[in-house]
Design a protein around this ligand. Sequence first.
Ligand code: G4P
Length: 532
Amino acid sequence: MQNMSFKTEIERRRTFGIIAHPDAGKTTLTEKLLLFGGAIQEAGAVKSNKIKKGATSDFMEIERQRGISVATSVLAFEYEGTKVNILDTPGHKDFAEDTYRTLTAVDSVIVVVDVAKGVEEQTEKLVEVCRMRNIPMIVFINKMDREGKDAFDLLDEIEQKLGLNVVPMSFPIGMGYDFKGIYNLWEKNINLFSGNSRKNIEETIEISDLESPEIDKLIGEKAAHTLREEIELVEGIYPTFNRDEYLNGHQQPVFFGSALNNFGVRELLDCFIDIAPKPRAKQSEERLVQPDETDFSGFVFKIHANMDPNHRDRLAFIKIVSGTFERNKPYLHVRNKKKMKFSSPNAFFAEKKEIVDISYPGDIVGLHDTGNFKIGDTLTEGENINYKGIPSFSPEHFRYINNADPLKSKQLFKGIDQLMDEGVAQLFTLELNGRKVIGTVGALQYEVIQYRLEHEYGAKCTYENLNVYKACWVEPTDIKNEEYKEFLRVKHRYLAKDKEDQLVFLADSQFSLQMTQQKYPSIKFHFTSEYK
Ligand code: G4P
């Protein structure tokens, strides 16, 4: 490995995320990919990071989940000379922000869709984020061993609801009870389904000609006839696969299979390592940075607090964008304008993390941190660049946070500060009276925050409801104009500062937001913090 050139190391990396609505089969698919990669020996090794139903009041469960989510944050393995890095994304909607942030660190994604349920709410939201960023996507339609929707209907649904341009790379032969296998349009072969999940590699039969009577023998005359008709239709309706179109986010290849039965997964993986993008260039505020530049640069996309309350350090996850990251070499923390060295950077493998000396673009390193990092921070070899692309979205829930133990206010503020740096929730400070408001994507976070403040910082808090519909980041055309001054005066009660000191308007209803927008047309109201 040591002789491998820097360029080769970059080219052989595939860093991606799997996104899905909970229960579609993300964990199962991840596990099967690891099995094929030889990274794990048996099924059941990857723990689901799903929040079990009804777990909201069970704090041990939350802690357990946090433990698992550290362990499965990055799963890396080698497959046929390719270094595959899977970044885990929580499926639970209350943790959607986490997923959005992780999506800034992937070079492509695989979207898992349940054949029976079709496109679900979380799939729509996450795909929308990927579409906005032109992230290359591959769709895996899972659970073909079950009765589900007709393949053509489902492809239609995916195109319409997700706004994608699909290209089937494989096509199912039957479904559910009658599921016989898949025809692989990419490799031109038939893969017969044995329904035996213990078998690692299923039988693959090369079929160069769809008219071959061999097919009739394998799957029966009727199924063979239907298959020929369907493939003709597929070839008539859908465009042929074009890698450039896929890479620029304009075309999405689709695979069918059953993760649980280990079926269609090898085809997916083989095609994935062939077509998926190697680490891509990334835009910083100053310039576009290419992965093969010699100088190191990277950014923090996730921070995880230590589970052990006696060791308050945290793990900051850095995606390497360019150059190599080396142990004990000083790097510039751009926001703090400070050089830092890291004596024990962690690299992640299937089930463990290990200290590494050198990491390459596309890799993720975990750095021990005592509170220096915030989500979105950039590290470089010395250049002053700032990576863009980790915006905050308007939270869905808002509550005042009050100190319940006056002797512990220092601990409370420190705790809030650090939890916000981790990206657990967003903090707003009211202009009127300095009261603090916590905004979250889901109600579950309030319990997590309360629990963690108490257990990790020894502080107690209570919440108070606050009627806010949306937080909008305020962008005036001219801070000196009369209209803006009037807005600041009239809406004083509804104004707050976010953690970056940006002005935010807390609209209490859709109606009042609309009225405000009409009354102050020169001011722009944004639902995300990144509008510049
Ligand atoms: P998630 O991470 O996307 O939330 O989904 P996960 O992999 O946990 O899968 C959700 C459920 O769907 C699991 O069943 C899993 O066994 C099942 N599943 C996954 N792939 C397939 C498939 O190809 N065919 C069929 N029939 N089922 C599949 P569960 O009963 O909820 O959990 P478990 O008790 O089996 O773990």
